[in-house]
Write a protein that binds this ligand. Structure first.
Ligand code: SF4
Length: 364
């Protein structure tokens, strides 16, 4: 798999989806017999993945099954939940204890681990030993918004590989620089993003937005730049993406990405369940047979527009396959609404594209 590739698969069967992507990219070609493979999910707290905060155990299970089928058995799952949360409880509540038992995989609570001090340029970083020992790190974040850093995805997920005391220090340093620098020390060999159901606003979940995608890549900066666009930001707006790019962790130039999509016909889904916060945004939407990938982008875009103080200026926005072939005087999102007087093409468009399109309209 080339470092500039981003593989996107749509659907709502996470285990099947991830196995399909892994066989397309043939990660076994990068692995050597006996190497220690570390899986780093996001288990920030003890909350099931349906709440939008933690990595779906089904995706992790799919990865483990694939690796085992290819003869790689030296696998561990490692995590340290955020300060104040018990990782062991998160392993249990999020379904990881069962996976560990079923596949004979060890769970490492990095809160119990020792650490090593490593200097990157002018910054000393403390990094958990076990994370440094891993030969091949599979970084498995959730794509979600974050109240301080706007985005949390691949780069920030590695913050779960440092001691609690160091996490507090990261916050005192403003998060961005230490997150960027940490990724210079800890290299993600493969990133598999759970973009099935990530949160609208907070890393602790509670307002999941159905996006029904898994993203795989090798460059965490590129993956995060793409992830940012899916929830309505440009990579330029996320400070730690720029910092990581500036010190050579990867590229934030999405123009250079080769995007390979699978199962684009499985974008369709009708299972929208709204939290109260999402429900408020959804009142702006007139949907008819909208695909989850499209609808989720629009929800994220409306939230970003609300953050910019523009939500009140927006009238109804139309979306969905039910508007194909209709000529309506209104604002439509996605290729299905191309007959509208104002329509954004794309199938699905990213939240970032929606934000720019609507900002243009409200400024006219
Ligand atoms: S543009 Fe239409 S078909 Fe394409 S993702 Fe959106 S709703 Fe689905």
């Amino acid at each position: 798999m080339n470092v500039n590739e981003l593989h996107i698969i749509y659907g709502n069967k996470p285990e099947k989806m991830v196995k399909k992507v892994l066989s397309a990219i043939e990660i076994e070609k990068e692995l050597k017999p006996g190497m220690l493979i570390g899986i780093k999910p996001n288990l920030i707290l003890a909350s099931p993945s349906e709440e939008g905060a933690t990595t779906s155990p089904e995706i992790v299970e799919g990865v483990i099954r694939y690796l085992k089928e290819k003869g790689f058995n030296n696998i561990i799952i490692l995590e340290s939940s955020w300060v104040g949360a018990r990782t062991k409880k998160a392993f249990k509540v999020c379904g990881y204890e069962e996976i560990a038992e079923r596949y004979d995989v060890q769970l490492y609570d990095l809160k119990q681990d020792s650490y090593r001090e490593i200097t990157v340029k002018d910054l000393n970083l403390r990094v958990c030993e076990k994370a440094l020992e891993v030969d091949y790190l599979i970084n498995m974040p959730v794509l979600k918004a974050h109240c301080q850093t706007k985005l949390t995805c691949a780069l920030k997920n590695l913050k779960g590989c440092i001691p609690d005391q160091e996490k507090r220090r990261f916050h005192s340093l403003g998060l961005h620089k230490p997150i960027g620098y940490l990724n210079k020390v800890l290299k993600s060999q493969l990133i598999i993003v759970d973009a099935i159901n990530g949160d609208l606003t907070f890393e602790e979940g509670g307002n999941p937005v159905q996006m029904d995608r898994i993203i795989a890549g090798k460059d965490p900066v590129l993956v995060d730049s793409y992830g940012a666009s899916l929830i309505g930001y440009s990579g330029e707006e996320i400070e730690y993406i720029k910092i990581a790019a500036s010190i050579g962790v990867g590229t934030n130039d999405l123009e250079r990405a080769k995007i390979i999509e699978y199962d684009t016909d499985l974008k369709n889904s009708q299972r929208f369940k709204h939290s109260r916060k999402v429900e408020r945004l959804a009142r702006k939407i007139e949907a008819r047979n909208a695909c989850s990938a499209c609808y989720g982008s629009l929800i994220h875009a409306l939230k970003r527009l609300e953050e910019k103080g523009k939500l009140a200026k927006i009238d109804k926005v139309y979306i969905g396959q039910g508007f194909r072939g209709k000529s309506i005087d209104g604002t439509g999102i996605g290729i299905c609404t191309r007959g509208f007087s104002r329509s954004l093409k794309g199938c699905p468009p990213s939240a970032r594209e929606i934000v720019e399109f609507i900002l243009d309209l409200v400024h006219q």
